[in-house]
Ligand binder design. Structure first.
Ligand SMILES: Cc1cc2nc3c(=O)[nH]c(=O)nc-3n(C[C@H](O)[C@H](O)[C@H](O)COP(=O)(O)OP(=O)(O)OC[C@H]3O[C@@H](n4cnc5c(N)ncnc54)[C@H](O)[C@@H]3O)c2cc1C
Length: 368
């Protein structure tokens, strides 16, 4: 079986690795000729560690990451009040990691190529025709190929979704944005550290020498900020935070190019995730806010489940229906529970993050 994966992000690359494991021929195309990702980090939890083990890439992944087994909680004035152990799903391996997006991208890209998938950069699909027996694809470089299956792993603004589901709603802005910035790792940040208070704020170590700060802020009207002056805007967003260690870090936010700002947008496609032999995974079909740190985790799990269903060898339609059935409730829960936290923060309601995280973990620790 020949599979085309459109999009070389976390979902596309993990699906390529999972499909190669099952013996399928896989081509990946990625629109960005430089295959770049922005330079801050990402939090991944025990279900992702389990998924990376299943993909056979856990050791490379952990070598590129910073592992931790607890979350330190600080009150707004900066005192640590709790150190909450986080559950593990694989004995002898950590519960969570922080990992730089470029480091994660390198591991996934290297392992995709090592697994025997072809990766073409600076290429997209301009046309595809599904005749029921296969899909004829024309690429932006003029090449044409025929595939048994096309996977749209092309993210929040998926071209594939817009093409096969023209009636699907557009991504929705949820009223918040996230500001992130890298710092040298402080000695007292040994694990993810969250600061209580009206502003969602945390520090995440991503390597023995680096950590990043995330700050979640209300952004009414979804303003667009010019790059010039971004460091000052991020410092201003932190002005009301009383914790002295955060104020000290705020003073180090001086490089406009180092600030990564994203307005938060979500989408959840309620109906089937495929049309004929074209299927969507990851953010293309269920993009969430980062309040539970599970968006990429859901994309990675999609990859494993899709490969598992296809490897059963039945009709493609049955495999894609079974994939949707296995993934739908978990992904819906993650999107809805994450948005609930976002909405509570916006309305000034106290968010019981510990309970929300515990509930989330109960869901994602179930087998996929
Ligand atoms: C602010 C923020 C913080 C987050 N933090 C976390 C976190 O801590 N933990 C976590 O698990 N998740 C987090 N997420 C979510 C996570 O980033 C996404 O869920 C994940 O990246 C989805 O992967 P994907 O492969 O589906 O899409 P993407 O990562 O968006 O990848 C899509 C790829 O497709 C390519 N592409 C797009 N269109 C085309 C095309 N037409 N042809 C070819 N290629 C194309 C793009 O260039 C890109 O490489 C966060 C998200 C945001 C916005």
């Amino acid at each position: 079986m020949r599979v085309l994966v459109i999009g070389g992000g976390i979902g596309g690359l993990t699906s390529a690795i999972a499909l190669r494991q099952k013996g399928f021929a896989v081509d990946v195309i990625e629109r960005d000729p430089n295959w770049s990702v922005y330079g801050v980090g990402i939090i991944q939890q025990a279900n992702v560690i389990r998924a990376m083990a299943e993909l056979g890439i856990l050791d490379d992944y952990l070598d590129a990451a910073c592992a931790f087994d607890r979350v330190d909680v600080y009150i707004p004035t900066g005192q640590k009040v709790a150190s909450v152990p986080t559950p593990k799903l694989i004995d002898g391996y950590p519960a969570n990691v922080g990992i730089g997006r470029p480091a994660l991208h390198k591991v996934l890209g290297d392992r995709t190529r090592a697994a025997g998938a072809s990766v073409r950069l600076g290429v997209t699909a301009t046309e595809w025709h599904d005749d029921g027996e296969g899909v004829d694809v024309t690429f932006s470089d003029g090449m044409t190929e025929r595939y048994d299956l096309v996977i749209g792993a092309d993210g929040l603004y998926s071209q594939v979704r817009q093409s096969i589901m023209p009636d699907a709603a557009d991504p929705r802005f949820v009223g918040q944005g996230v500001w992130r910035y890298n710092f040298p790792l402080s000695g007292d940040v040994g694990s993810m550290s969250v600061f209580e208070g009206p502003t969602g704020l945390g520090l995440v170590p991503t390597s023995p020498t680096q950590m990043y700060m995330f700050v979640t802020t209300p952004e009414p009207g979804c303003p667009r900020y010019p790059r010039e002056g971004l460091a000052k805007v991020m410092r201003d967003k932190l002005r009301g935070v009383p914790a002295p260690q955060i104020q000290e870090l705020a003073g180090e936010i001086t490089d406009d190019d180092g600030v990564v700002y994203k307005p938060l947008e979500v989408i959840f496609v309620a109906g089937p995730w495929h049309r004929g032999r074209v299927v969507l995974i990851g953010d293309a079909v269920h993009a969430t806010t980062p309040h539970l740190g599970q968006g990429a985790g859901m994309a990675v799990e999609d990859s494993l489940v899709l490969a598992d269903e296809l490897a059963k060898g039945g009709a493609i339609e049955a495999a894609l229906t079974a994939f949707h059935h296995r993934r739908f409730e978990r992904c819906r829960y993650i999107v809805e529970a994450s948005v609930r936290i976002c909405e509570a923060q916006l309305s000034g309601t106290r968010v019981d993050q510990a309970t929300a995280t515990k509930d989330m973990f109960e869901v994602v620790s179930q087998p996929i």
